[in-house]
Each structure stands twice: as C-alpha cells, then as structure tokens.
Unconditional design. Structure first.
Length: 407
C-alpha cells in the first residue's frame, strides 16, 4: 500500500515538473519572439524577471545595463524609507510659541516648524489656529517665525530640467505648496486674532519655545499618492525624511543617498555601480539597472512589513493610478502591480505579477532611446501579458488588442 502511494506521489510530482518545464519553455519562447520587435532596432532594452515562488531567475535581457529610471526611482525611495524609517513613521508639522500670554495677548513669537509634509492642508491649519485661540490668544505681539531648517536651501533637485513641472522643495508646505506663513496669517485674521504689525520671518526653533500643536500624517497616506499617481513632490518629501533621519537639520540629498547605498550593500548589490540623484526620478542623473530594481523588489517581498505596505501603494493594471488605462481586458488586468516611469525617450516599469503558472514574480523593464514613450509602454504590456496569459492562447491577437488600446 505504501509503495503504491509513493509511486502515485512520484507520478504526480513528475507530471507537475513536466508541466512547469513546458510552461517555462513556452513563455520564454513568447518573450524571445518579442525580442525581435522592431522597436529594439533603435531603442535600448534591459529587463529581468525573478520567480519569487521558486526564488530563481526566470528571464533576463541586458540586466546590468545602466539606464535612466524616470519614476521607478520612487520604488527605491519607498523601499528605502520603509526600511529606514519603519512602517509606522509619521510626517509632522509643529506649532510652538515663545513668550508670555496675559489678558489675551501673546507677547512673543509663533514658530512653525516644517517637516516636509505635503499632506498638511486646510484642516490641519484650522487645528493650528484653534490651538492658539484655545490658549486665549486674541492678539499677537511678535512675529511668525517659519523654521525651514529640516533640509538645505536648494529648491530643486540635482539634474532637474529647468522647463519641467518641478515642485518647490520646502519643509513648510500648505497644500503641497510654499506660502505657509501667509496661510497662517490669513487664518489668524479669519479667527479674529489681531496681527497688526506682525511679520513673517525665517528662523529656527528657540530652545525655550513651547509646543502648542503637532499635526502628523502616516507614511501610508503619503505612499498612496506618491506611487499610484507618481507624485514627484510626495516622493521628494519622503526622500528628505530619510535624509533628515540620517543627518538631522539641513539634510541634503547625499544623506538619503548614503542610506540607499547601505541598502544596496544589504541586498548584495555594489552601490558604486549606480548613480543616485533624487527621490522622484525627475533627475536625468539617476542610473540604475534592471537587475538592481528587480533585487530591490525581491528584498521588499522578503521583508514582509515592507511588502505589506508597498504592494497596496502600487498602481494596478487596468484598475487605478498610472496603470489604469493599460492592459485592460487581458490576464494582466488586476494582476500586475507596478510603478511606472517616463521622461522624454524613457519608459520604465517595476513591480510584481502572478504568472499563468501561479508563481509570484518581481520584475523590471527599462527602455530608453524611444521616439515615443508610448512605444515603450506597449512593449512592456506585451511582455507582461506573455507572462500572465495561460498556454494555448493566441498571443498575436492579444498583442494586437494592446496595440489598439495604446492608440
């Protein structure tokens, strides 16, 4: 009886192994066909697919090519931030006061300390104002001091194009824009607090200042907008959380880069092989490889706390974010979860998918030298449906469907 059971199990295992072998051969054949695409006569391609279920390399093409990342740089920023700061990290903006309060008069200053929180909005400002009025303050005899000392004074990142839609990088933000002090002044007037003669000045937090109010937002709130919608400001704000964590005040991009290089070493990558410039991918000076991006996604999956916060933030093919209009009506719809990237001549994609053999994969596809970024996106979509479509399907028909969607 035991011998029969053993033989039956051995037969089942043999069938499974054979089925997997057939699947591997057929899908690799599909990918080999795509390697003959005319696009690659003039454009450069690098890509890697890693089977996380088996923890083995599945397919690669020029995996070590150094290529511009565009917004897949945000994936590195997200993983580095979750690794460095922790999944419970909170971004903060603080309100302090200095001086004495007597008969409704604050004889001293209000100090606003910025923490590069792009989520600080009208609701948060109203809470700031309420914290002042609840103290009984009806008149301010002093100044509004704006403390932007969290990071250096550079308003743009290294390698940003002057004619791009670049966000202004400041620690004190209201609705994701500068002008925090003006909005606070406006709110005080609306609350009937007398601010005659009050000036808005730059400065740093005095040691004897007292905390009035602290407003925070979670790293998950930031990740959702940063990754789904590829928000550059949100990415840079998270990038400088890493920098400030490492260096304290007057944090610089190089401080965040130092942590990223430490992360590379932890994963087993040589940090000297890559070029880092910013957190959003706006810079033309960022250079990573498909192997680097793929191993970062593998590392995130291995660190389940990171993975459980990263995965929900990624755009989903045919569903939301920057992948909402892609791969609709294919096996990749609702399956592929990945960060997109595009600048002129460059299209990139890195993330996760469940292949048609049921295995979880991480991947990176990077193309540059494109006449139109749409061509790069179409190529990526064809590759991804090749991985996710069951054997026996007419791939030419599916690839044609994708081409119609891309027009």
């Amino acid at each position: 009886m035991r011998k029969k059971l053993f033989l039956a199990l051995l037969l089942c295992l043999t069938v499974v192994v054979q089925a997997q072998s057939i699947w591997h051969e057929e899908v690799k054949r599909r990918l080999d066909v795509l390697m003959e695409d005319k696009l690659l006569e003039t454009a450069q391609l690098g890509m890697m697919f890693w089977d996380l279920t088996d923890d083995t390399l599945f397919y690669q093409c020029h995996p070590r090519y150094l290529m511009r990342t565009a917004s897949t740089m945000k994936a590195l920023t997200a993983i580095a931030a979750l690794d460095c700061l922790g999944v419970d990290y909170q971004l903060s903006t603080s309100l302090y006061y200095k001086g004495n309060i007597q008969n409704g008069v604050l004889s001293g200053d209000i100090i606003c300390v910025g923490g590069m929180d792009p989520l600080f909005d009208e609701t948060d400002m109203n809470v700031f104002i309420s914290s002042l009025t609840q103290k009984g303050i009806k008149t301010l005899k002093g100044n509004i001091i704006c403390d932007n000392s969290m990071r250096d004074d550079e308003k743009w990142g290294e390698g940003w194009c002057w004619d791009d839609k670049n966000p202004t990088l400041m620690p004190l933000l209201y609705g994701g824009k500068p002008g925090f002090g003006d909005q606070l002044m406006k709110g005080l007037r609306k609350a009937k607090v007398s601010v005659g003669g009050v000036r808005i000045v730059s400065g740093t937090l005095p040691e004897d200042a007292r905390l009035l109010c602290l407003r925070t937002h979670s790293i998950n709130q930031l990740l959702a907008q940063m990754m789904k919608e590829s928000d550059n400001l949100y990415a840079e704000c998270l990038y400088y959380q890493i920098a400030a964590h490492e260096a304290g005040r007057k944090a610089k991009a190089k401080h965040a880069q130092a942590y990223e290089k430490t992360l590379f070493s932890k994963i087993g990558l040589n940090a000297d092989d890559y070029r880092l410039a910013d957190g959003s991918g706006l810079s033309l000076y960022n250079y990573l490889s498909p192997a680097c991006e793929t191993m970062l996604m593998r590392y995130a999956w291995q660190q389940r706390d990171i993975f459980n916060h990263l995965l929900p933030s990624l755009p989903i093919a045919g569903v939301d974010g920057t992948l909402k209009k892609r791969m609709i009506g294919t096996s990749a719809e609702g399956n592929v979860k990945a960060k997109t990237g595009s600048v002129t001549g460059v299209s990139t994609l890195t993330g996760y998918l469940i292949a048609s053999n049921g295995h979880l994969f991480c991947f990176s596809i990077m193309t540059q030298g494109l006449r139109r970024t749409a061509e790069g996106r179409l190529f990526q979509d064809r590759v991804l449906v090749a991985l996710t479509t069951p054997l026996g399907e007419d791939m030419q028909a599916i690839w044609s469907l994708l081409e119609e969607q891309g027009k």
